[in-house]
Design a binder for this molecule. Structure first.
Ligand code: PLP
Length: 397
């Protein structure tokens, strides 16, 4: 394949050459020098990504590790939690906590839209004894591409007068969709390096409020490695990481945060993702107009994530399209996740387009034109004008 290939799956995402180059260095001294000296600013900048001035912790882990870190710090064995699920990733976070001994009640809100905050408020009102310690919500569920309204969810807790901590999985949305931890009253944000944050997989992040820090102290699920306390204080350099630092990753992280925060600016990053997402939706809607087998998974635009788009292409079309694109165009689309099981025929009826992180219009419009070519090559009926519609959506946001 000549030219750059494009891994258009929702994570790992495209890593900027600048980030790769920043990581390409000899093992640094971990007792003094560059890597130790940059730590204060790196932690301060990490907090800027979640728009918080409170606490942050870095783990050598992926998103699953960050989930587990969150669970280990938030809960004691047998604690109750309410998890609001809008797709497979919410369910998986619940399972992580359940396997650790947390009594998780899942409020299943389906996988074709955002959760209804009124349902959450109603469930919390019924919890008169305030047994739920934490309300857990996925911001953007990467499988369904549903986006929850985090401010409305906060209001649901407040309306119900419920004191539970509020935890948000933002692995797929940080650096893509607007999220303001402090202003929106979020107590814990879960993140990972390899999606909107433009780094390779390997770092998991937690941001947590002073309230959460105080209220959860002494929990019996808190093991030494996952304990967020030494990591946010960083009394000694190694304590930020519970051991040896992820040295090269930190240089990559430094570069990525500089690009996001200081060069493009976080609000501009959010706007770029919104524009690109609208281009994707316009294209899928245009294809869908010519074939009832095609459609966006999430009907309401306000309930769609800006980093990933899940779509249906029934009769096995999605599977054939993915194979054709990879072979003929250098584009790899995401598989349908959590919409059907791997052994079911419907498994090949869904695909996802990742448009997160280091992406721009020529990449996303190129993916859409490649899909257009694939639909034509595979004789899959589809409405016309999709690429024009996408271009217009980008041109006139
Ligand atoms: C990717 C993702 C995870 C899991 O991250 P891994 O790095 O694959 O372990 C969790 N939550 C969300 C919302 C994600 O998008």
């Amino acid at each position: 394949m000549t030219g750059r290939t494009y891994l258009a799956i929702p994570g790992p995402s495209v890593v900027p050459d600048r980030v790769l180059n920043a990581m390409h260095r000899a093992a640094p001294n971990i007792y003094e020098g560059d890597v130790v000296a940059m730590m204060d600013q790196l932690m301060a900048d990490l907090k800027r990504v979640a728009v918080t001035s409170q606490n942050a912790a870095i783990y050598i882990a992926n998103g699953h590790g960050a989930w587990e870190a969150g669970n280990a710090n938030l809960f004691s064995r047998g604690d109750k939690a309410l998890l609001v699920a809008t797709g497979l990733f919410g369910m998986s976070w619940a399972n992580s906590a359940i396997r650790m001994g947390v009594d998780v009640e899942i409020l299943d809100c389906g996988k074709s839209g955002a959760a209804d905050p009124a349902r959450v408020a109603e469930r919390l009102r019924a919890d008169k004894a305030h047994e739920f310690k934490v309300v857990m919500v996925t911001h953007v569920d990467t499988a369904s591409s549903a986006k929850n309204d985090i401010r409305a969810m906060r209001k649901a807790l407040d309306d119900a007068g419920h004191p539970a901590l509020f935890a948000v999985d933002a692995v797929a949305s940080l650096g893509c969709d607007e999220l303001r931890m402090d202003e929106w009253g979020v107590d814990v944000v879960v993140g990972a390096s390899q999606k909107g944050l433009m780094m390779p997989p390997g770092l998991g992040f937690l941001w947590f409020s002073d309230k959460a820090r105080k209220r959860t102290a002494g929990g019996d699920l808190r093991t030494p490695y996952w304990d967020w306390e030494p990591r946010t204080v960083g009394a000694e350099f190694w304590q930020y990481f519970g051991g040896t630092a992820p040295t090269q990753h930190l240089f990559g992280m430094r570069e990525a945060l500089t690009m996001i925060l200081d060069e493009e600016g976080l609000e501009n990053v959010w706007t770029r993702h919104s524009r690109l997402a609208r281009a994707v939706w316009a294209a899928v809607d245009a294809w869908a107009a010519g074939n009832p087998d095609i459609g966006l998974n999430i009907a309401s635009p306000t309930a769609r994530g800006h980093s990933v788009t899940a779509a249906r292409l029934a009769s096995g079309g999605a599977g054939r399209l993915r194979s054709w694109l990879e072979k003929e165009t250098g584009v790899t689309l995401g598989i349908g996740l959590g919409m059907a099981m791997a052994h079911e025929p419907a498994y090949a009826d869904f695909f996802r387009i990742g448009h997160m992180g280091h992406v721009n219009a020529h990449m996303v419009l190129g993916v859409l034109a490649s899909i257009e070519a694939g639909l034509t090559a595979l004789d899959i009926a589809h409405g016309g004008g999709a690429v024009e519609a996408a271009a217009a959506a980008f041109a006139r946001p």
